[in-house]
Design a protein around this ligand. Structure first.
Ligand code: EPU
Length: 416
């Protein structure tokens, strides 16, 4: 198995271009089948999750064409094949085939999703959304069976604004009969992106980005060409890196509006950055200040950046805390950071980080995607050599990470 090898402690300088959003594109790919036509997705990230979703499309007899610039998906001859292979369980986003296949065929059989272990990740709210549209479901073993005579638009009240359940309900509702209203919908930029994509294919969705989304069912959708929004978590990851090592780093092709919670946290830590349209230039900050972070749904501080900013907090002078409110077990990376010399205590939902600590390179394990990214950052600031095992988790969500870091003079490579 390959490992990432990093020789750390050197300043980084240059431009990092941000690719399209992982959590958006992993929904757009399944959503594209609702068109039963040809869809082109531009600015897609070069990540392994995209490769897995393309393989799943092949099982449905959907043709794809991929090049540097776009991903083309032709679902004209789609079959409703049961999706039961292990690939379905290798990522979270395979659950978007539930909503898309249900919307298109009114029935589907699928293997349950997998993804990073961050504590239990039930799909009860997705099922609540489907049931709200008159779909019946049964789960036996690892398979879910979804079936509806016809899908009927209704009012759905979510007890929690789940990203996945909101998107899945939209996917199932766009071809339903009548009006669906989702109350307490998630408001993340990826929800807006998926709604814009579906609307461009002929759907009628209003209110995405607010807590009430209204969908009026249409008879059919059509093909389109679409540009994915920038990945705010990838951008945030490199901004945090720039705050520790930027000489300076320019993070390019970002949407700063999607990064407000992170930017205000960086300001609290004393980080200097300049925003210029879709670029943010960030400088290494010598005296980083401690801060307290609580993860929240958008527009709050994103849980997906929590593990990554932990690395920065090890470099702040004083005691910082992170309170994780979205997932019950998202501190696994802290044990690896401790091996590198970090001073972190975990107390139930809170991590208490005492800094500043001098990190030293050692062998660590990427147990999940964002935790793995936090270790890459730690390796880049640490003295000596860091070896990261199980880098496949990182490659699931960071487009061309090795090349992008090498381009800004990081001493990082993949062992063969
Ligand atoms: N939840 C339930 N029941 C459900 C759905 C969610 O209890 O039916 C709980 C989850 O267990 C979790 C919380 O609600 O504790 C939030 O889950 P949500 O549904 O909002 O998240 P998700 O759809 O599973 C997406 C991203 C995650 C990101 C979250 C929150 C994708 C493929 N994944 O997950 O991304 O953390 O939204 O923003 O879009 C990542 O990129 O590293 C990642 C984990």
């Amino acid at each position: 198995m390959n490992k990432i090898i990093i020789h750390g402690g050197f300043p980084l300088e240059g431009i990092i271009n941000i690719d399209g959003s992982k959590n958006s594109v992993v929904a757009l790919i399944p959503a594209s089948i609702l068109s039963k036509s040809v869809v082109r997705i531009y600015n897609y990230p070069k990540i392994s999750d995209v490769g897995v979703l393309i393989d799943i499309l092949k099982e449905l007899n959907v043709n794809t064409k991929i090049n540097e610039t776009y991903l083309e998906i032709d679902s004209t001859n789609i079959n409703n094949t049961p999706l039961i292979t292990a690939k379905m369980g290798s990522l979270r986003a395979s659950y978007y085939f539930m909503g898309a296949l249900l919307g298109l065929f009114k029935e589907a059989v699928l293997r349950l999703p997998g993804g990073c272990y961050l504590g239990p990740r039930p799909i009860d709210l997705h099922l609540q959304g489907f049931a709200g549209l008159d779909c019946r479901y049964e789960i036996d073993d690892e398979l879910i069976h979804l079936q509806a005579e016809k899908l009927i638009g209704r009012e759905i009240h979510f007890p929690f604004p789940s990203v996945g359940a909101t998107i899945n309900t939209m996917l199932a509702a766009v071809l339903a009969e009548g009006k669906t209203i989702i109350y307490n919908a998630a408001k993340e930029p990826e929800i807006v992106d998926v709604a814009n994509f579906l609307n461009q294919m002929g759907a009628t969705i209003k209110g995405a980005g607010t807590s009430t989304i209204e969908i009026i069912g249409v008879k059919m959708l059509h093909g389109t060409e679409y540009q994915v929004i920038p990945d705010r978590i990838e951008a945030g990851t490199y901004l945090i890196l720039g705050a520790m090592l930027g000489n300076p780093l320019e993070i390019n092709k970002v949407n700063p509006h999607h990064l407000k919670a992170l930017l205000s946290t960086l300001t609290n830590c004393g980080v200097r950055y300049d925003i210029n349209d879709d670029k943010i230039i960030v400088h290494k900050t010598d005296k980083l200040l401690p801060t307290n972070i609580i993860t929240q749904v958008y527009p709050g501080f994103p849980t997906d950046l929590q593990q990554i900013i932990t690395t920065l907090l090890t470099q702040c002078n004083g005691v910082s805390t992170i309170t994780e409110t979205i997932y019950s077990d998202r501190f696994q990376n802290c044990h690896e950071l401790i091996k590198m010399g970090a001073n972190i205590e975990i107390d139930n939902k809170q991590a208490i980080i005492k800094g500043k600590t001098h990190l030293k390179g050692t062998e660590v394990v990427a147990k999940d995607l964002r935790g793995g990214a936090s270790l890459v950052l730690a390796g880049l600031i640490a003295e000596g050599t860091t070896i990261i095992d199980e880098p496949q988790h990182i490659l699931r969500g960071y487009s061309n990470i090795m090349k992008k870091l090498q381009k800004v003079k990081a001493n990082i490579h993949m062992s063969t």
